[in-house]
Design a protein around this ligand. Structure first.
Ligand SMILES: *Cc1c(COP(=O)(O)O)cnc(C)c1O
Length: 349
């Protein structure tokens, strides 16, 4: 009789949140729809997509648009079917079976998920009690364990906290033989990106996603930026037609509208600040809640009995996340934020 192997037999399929919430603030998506003008431009582009042919395997025009946006050489960029796919490709390509990779916990759960699949050994480095990264401890543990790949998000999901460029540089310089995959999924909401420093380090890969600040979670699109040598290796490891033609067309249009992108990020930031400030006031009232001082489009909260708060919100029709001991609320429209704050106040009362 056939039986599943050890690494997959206890895995559970990813369970998305059910659809019946009136307000969805659980996945850090953008709450903004694309502007009308862009939608019609996308319509025109989609009509010209040749559906009976395979997509461009290197997504050249799409990568060009991305490279221009970030002032990078196009040969230093590769596109993926979401940055999730790139995480998977990087971990399975750059780690051999049994080799060690490190994460800085708590962090994005997909890192250990893909590490497990490629049978690498996971070194879990705990963050400080205040949930900040301890750079010196991280360096020492990576060195002592011969860690081949260190992957972390900055700013971090789920903590919302960020680590400065100076600290990231310290890591890169202290671990020249470790590949450092820096997941900047939320860096559009902060200003400590390492993109402009990429050419100074041979051990740095930066990951970007279109699912958050760019408002394109539905098309599954992400990018990796690194040296030409590393990008060529990723291109060789990935499946050839990983980004479909429809996604390439939509991505090309959206990424070429720099001004619209900045405008959208401005709106998302304003919403995040509004939610953050409202939660700070409630935290003062509560005496026990702690709002983390974040740099993302979500607000992370430490509170006693977080499960109760989670079920209170859910039973009121609002979907949020409770993960790694943190309540995580994605910012939404003005009305959605208001409703969340009203319910949170009601819960406190
Ligand atoms: C959302 C998220 C991603 C996933 O991005 P996709 O491009 O949608 O796969 C990657 N990393 C972090 C830290 C995220 O929060």
């Amino acid at each position: 009789m056939y039986s599943l192997n050890d690494k997959i037999k206890n895995l559970q399929p990813y369970e998305p949140v059910e659809e019946n919430y009136r307000i969805r603030l659980d996945a850090n998506e953008s709450f903004l729809a694309l502007p009308e003008g862009m939608i019609s431009e996308i319509g025109t582009e989609l009509k010209n997509v040749v559906l009976n042919r395979y997509p461009d395997p290197t997504a050249r025009e799409l990568c060009k648009a991305f490279a221009e946006l970030y002032a990078l050489p196009v040969e230093c960029v590769v596109a993926g079917n979401g940055s999730d796919e790139l995480i998977s490709v990087i971990m399975s390509g750059f780690l051999k079976k049994g080799e060690k990779y490190a994460t800085l916990e708590p962090d994005f759960s997909m890192y250990s998920f893909y590490g497990n699949i490629c049978e690498a050994e996971h070194i879990r480095i705990e963050k400080n009690a205040d949930l900040q990264i301890d750079i010196d401890t991280s360096i020492n543990l990576c060195k002592n364990n011969d860690v081949k790949l260190l992957i972390f998000s900055n700013p971090c999901n789920p903590t919302s906290l960020g680590v400065s460029k100076a600290e990231v540089k310290k890591l890169l310089l202290a671990l020249p033989e470790t590949l450092i995959a820096l997941d900047e999924a939320y860096m559009e909401f902060w200003h400590e990106s390492m993109v402009d420093e990429l050419s100074n380090y041979s051990n740095l890969i930066i990951l970007k996603t279109c699912s958050k600040a760019f408002g394109l979670a539905g098309i599954r699109l992400g990018f990796a930026a690194s040296s030409k040598q590393i990008i060529d290796a990723i291109k060789a490891v990935k499946s050839p037609y990983n980004v479909n033609s429809l996604t390439q067309a939509v991505g090309r249009v959206v990424l070429s509208h720099k001004d619209e992108i900045s405008k959208a990020i401005g709106k998302l930031l304003a919403s995040a600040n509004e939610l953050h400030d409202g939660m700070i006031k409630l935290a003062e009232k509560s005496g026990t809640w702690k709002i983390l001082d974040g740099h993302t489009n979500f607000v992370s909260v430490l509170m006693p009995n977080a499960e109760n708060f989670l079920s209170y919100m859910q039973s009121s029709g609002v979907s949020i996340r409770y993960t790694c001991g943190l309540i995580r609320i994605t910012c939404g429209t003005a009305e959605e934020n208001k409703e969340v704050l009203r319910l949170a106040e009601e819960y406190l009362a």
